[in-house]
Design a protein around this ligand. Structure first.
Ligand code: ADP
Ligand code: MG
Length: 729
């Protein structure tokens, strides 16, 4: 065992020495030294390059050239140069870094070697100790061999001790193994370092190539710069020569100019003298200017105030004339109305409707004259009766067409006139349709208010207007407020206490309206009231008069003139004669009231137009209420509604007769008579008794209620009369 241990130890020692020679550190160290030397050489080269560069720059500064065309190129080159320098600088920094790395690696190598040496020394010591013990053991064995008695004992001890030796050997072996591992590790590190060294050598070679390239570049730049400098020098010389010759020429011209200026100066001196003189006189004027200005302003002010005064007085005069003119106009208008007659009678024939039924009863009994829109013919009991009104609207006439004919009346309300528009006719003849219309196709009421609004807006620059609306109903001679809180309350018509003779209805609600929306609300309100009050609105409304009273108050801001106009829109109760059917009780009373009030209306109109001293306004609530809208220079339109159906012909006949009666008094008996006096045959113009009524003045106006021999003849004649009347009006 001891032998083998010794052998192993020897082997280990050999291995260690081999490793040491292998490691040696000599190659790496050599490499490092080589690199260091190379670095040093490169540094030297760099310094030489820098020196050269400085020299070049100095040369350039000594011979600077301005306005040189190559200056730009030169600066470009310089920039390139500095770029190269920067790059060289960077390379240098990299080199230093590499140096540092190599240094670090060398240090680490030295450390590793040191550690290796230490471990080798330890190992030698251990070997020494073991060999000593071996020797001791051998000696002991020898002595024991000589003492056989003790041998066994000693062998035993040796056996025991050999166990210890074994253990020590084991330890040594493990230690050996550790050292071997260490050596392996060191080898690894060495390999890595070699690799690093190789890579740094590669980098170095690259750097060197770069430096070589830079040097070549530098060389080229230097050559270029020298060439350019030479060219610049030549150019400079040339430019100097040119400038010199040019300067000589210019100098000559300047000399010549100078001579000219001198002569000019001589001539300018007298001009300067006159200018100075002028300036002095201007200065004096400026000094005097404020005084002059004040004086002028004073006189101008006086003139202006005089002119203003004159304008004022002219204005006053104009205003006076304007007022006089207004009064004159009104007078003229009144006169015109008086001459023309202020009652117009229109007829409107509704279309045949489903309610008229079918068969001969629903046949059309009304025809029109193609050439005259004021004539209509009614076929009654086999006879044709012709009527002439102011205008007749056939069934196809639209609401708009009807309104076009009445809108002049409506607008005169703004000028301060009172206007009444009545819808007259039997129930179902279209009174409500004409006055109220439908939501999609409104009638006169709504269109009139719309027109009033737009007219008022148009005059807003000079006038202030206030429009108010009231709605009332007359049923059985009782007046009720349709917009009030107490619709059942009977209202009274009273004389104004101010002694003006005007009438008013205390408690009648008035709404101020400013827009179409307002009116719609008012209408809606009134309608709702009426519907809730009556069990059968249609029946009720046909037996009562519905009034919409629109009042327009105007104020002319410039003259202070005030106007008040009233527009009364009346949907009259049905004009059909009830008495015949033998009605009784309340129905009879209603019929009596209606008959009374309608004939009172006829009487009043008749009395007004025939200019009777007494006009029976008080005979009915309706005429009494409308007294001031029917008298004076008021205007009235009677819209007589008729049904064209065969079954209604007798009522249609009555309505048309009423219309003609009202119309016949319109122009007054005298002028009418004169016109009609020239007619060839008066026998045909028989006056029906029922039209004349019992009024004393009624004998004069001849109606044409009976069959006419020739409608064409009649219509052309009546048209000619109307034309004459129009021109005289
Ligand atoms: P009144 O008020 O005279 O009793 P209405 O105005 O109620 O009569 O008319 C009776 C019917 O005839 C209504 O259905 C109405 O719509 C219709 N009507 C009246 N006139 C015309 C017209 N010109 N065009 C179309 N329909 C009409
Ligand atoms: Mg009606």
């Amino acid at each position: 065992q001891v032998e083998t241990l010794k052998e192993k130890l020897l082997e280990q020692a050999q291995e260690i020495s081999r490793l040491r020679s292998e490691l040696g550190g000599t190659d790496a160290e050599k490499h490092r030294d080589l690199l260091a030397a190379e670095n040093e050489r490169l540094r030297q080269e760099m310094k030489a390059c820098e020196g050269e560069l400085r020299e070049l720059r100095r040369q350039q500064q000594q011979a600077p050239c301005r306005d040189c065309p190559h200056l730009q190129e030169n600066t470009g080159l310089q920039e390139q140069l500095s770029q190269l320098q920067r790059e060289a600088e960077e390379t240098r920094a990299k080199l230093v870094e590499l140096d540092l790395e190599v240094q670090q690696k060398t240090n680490r190598l030295a450390e590793v070697e040191l550690r290796l040496k230490d471990s080798l020394a330890e190992r030698a010591e251990e070997e020494e100790r073991l060999s000593r013990r071996l020797r001791d053991s051998q000696e002991t064995i020898a002595s024991l061999k000589s003492q056989p008695q003790q041998i066994k004992y000693i062998i035993k001890t040796v056996e025991v001790e050999s166990a210890k030796a074994k253990q020590a050997l084991c330890e040594t072996q493990s230690r050996n193994q550790y050292l071997q591992e260490q050596v392996g590790m060191q080898k690894q590190v060495l390999k890595e370092m070699e690799q690093q060294l190789q890579s740094s050598q590669k980098t170095e070679a690259q750097l060197r190539a770069q430096i070589m390239m830079y040097e070549a570049e530098l060389e080229r730049a230097h050559g270029q710069m020298l060439e350019e400098m030479q060219a610049m020098e030549e150019e400079k010389n040339r430019a100097i020569e040119e400038a010199f010759s040019r300067a000589q020429v210019e100098m000559k011209a300047v000399h010549e100019n100078l001579a000219g200026v001198r002569t000019n100066l001589l001539t300018l001196q007298p001009a300067l003298r006159t200018l100075t003189h002028d300036y002095n006189s201007l200065k004096r004027q400026v000094r005097d200017f404020p005084l002059l200005l004040q004086e002028t302003l004073r006189s101008a002010r006086a003139e202006i105030s005089q002119a203003i005064e004159e304008v004022h007085s002219t204005n006053r005069e104009l205003l006076r004339k304007y007022r006089r003119e207004l009064q004159l106009r009104k007078k003229c208008h009144n006169e015109l109305v008086r001459l023309k007659g202020n009652i117009r009678v229109f007829g409107r024939v509704r279309p045949i409707t489903k309610e008229d039924g079918e068969g001969p009863e629903a046949a059309n009994a009304v025809t029109f004259d193609a050439d005259d829109d004021a004539v209509l013919h009614l076929l009654h009991k086999g006879k044709q009766v012709s009527f002439e009104l102011d205008k007749v609207f056939p069934p196809q006439a639209s609401q708009e067409e009807v309104f076009q004919e009445v809108q002049a009346l409506v607008t005169s309300c703004i000028d301060g006139y009172n206007v009444c528009i009545f819808a007259y006719g039997q129930t179902g003849a279209g009174k409500t349709y004409t006055m109220e219309g439908t939501a999609a196709n409104p009638g006169i009421n709504q269109r009139a208010l719309q027109l009033l609004f737009s007219e008022v807006r148009g005059k807003a620059a000079d006038w202030d207007y206030a429009i108010t609306v009231s709605a009332a109903e007359i049923y059985n001679e009782a007046l009720r407020d349709l917009l009030g809180k107490e619709p059942q309350e009977k209202l009274e018509i009273k004389l104004c206490p101010d002694g003006s003779g005007q009438l008013y209805v205390p408690g009648l609600t008035e709404f101020r309206v400013q827009s179409v929306e307002d009116i719609n609300k008012v209408f809606e309100f009134g309608h709702v009231k009426r519907v809730t009050e009556c069990t059968n609105l249609n029946e009720h409304s046909s037996r009562s008069h519905a009034l919409l009273i629109v009042t327009v108050h105007g104020l002319d801001r410039s003259t202070g003139l005030r106007t008040t106009g009233k527009l009364n829109l009346v949907d009259l109760a049905g004009s059909e004669r009830v008495g015949r059917s033998g009605a009784e009780g309340s129905r009879l009373r209603e019929a009596q009231h209606i008959n009374k009030s309608l004939s009172a209306l006829g009487d009043v109109i008749y009395a007004l137009r025939s200019r009777q001293g007494h006009v029976p306004f008080r005979n009915s609530k309706l005429t009494y209420l409308l007294q001031d809208s029917l008298s004076g220079d008021s205007k009235t339109l009677m819209m007589v509604q008729v049904s064209p159906a065969e079954k209604n012909t007798s009522e249609t006949l009555c309505s048309l007769k009423f219309a003609e009666r009202v119309r016949s008094v319109e122009l007054g008996p005298v002028s009418r008579k004169a016109e009609l006096g020239s007619w060839p045959s008066q026998e045909h113009l028989e006056v029906p008794k029922m039209l004349l009524g019992d009024s004393p003045g009624s004998a004069a106006p001849p109606g044409r209620g009976h069959a006419s021999p020739s409608p064409g003849h009649l219509s052309s004649r009546s048209a000619s009369i109307r034309r004459k009347l129009h021109t005289s009006g």
